[in-house]
Design a protein around this ligand. Sequence first.
Ligand code: AMP
Length: 210
Amino acid sequence: MRLILLGAPGAGKGTQADILSATLNIPTISTGNILRAAMSEGTPTGLKAKEYVESGKLVPDDVIIDIIRERLAKDDCANGYILDGVPRTIPQAEAMEAMGIEIDKALSIEIEDETIVQRMSGRRTCKNCSRTFHVVSNPPKVEGICDFCGGELGIRKDDTAETVRARLKTYHRETEPLKAFYEQRGKLVKVDNQPTIEATTAEIKKVLEI
Ligand code: AMP
């Protein structure tokens, strides 16, 4: 399965990607996680990305295309992959097609903007492994500590209400047109966000027939 996850920031792409990745035994490639790791290591890519990521703007397409080219060439992608947060623009999708990157389905998780703004204020992210939790709907077993790696949980700099609104604007302008792009190619499937993570996973499994 070569899957793209589409949806606004906070739609639950990362959470569902982790679940699907374990179910299907294929890796999740998250450009957001790759960029955050590069930023904390202070690599040239990280330094280039920092101001964009922290202000909720998209990182330039050429940076993302290089990251994806390199990452998808690795052996663990041979049997499939889940792309979380990429492509984010039509030029990125076109560049991926031109590189010969195959896609089976593009899954859009549909959710209202206001639900996202409320949801993001409770999100907590592991500073070590990037897994996400929510203070109400998906709390860690021990407050402030990641269930998976024991890392410290924190609030992402770009999860503040003001930056979330900027990210939503960017989503509607730059990323939402990808739904039509993949619909034209017969690849688009949609699910509505459900009140619980498990219910959304169940809907996703239904539409993906897995
Ligand atoms: P995410 O973790 O997917 O919400 O991404 C966090 C931030 O990383 C975004 O707000 C962008 O600044 C940047 N980013 C991640 N993926 C992409 C992409 N495919 N294209 C451009 N910017 C991206």
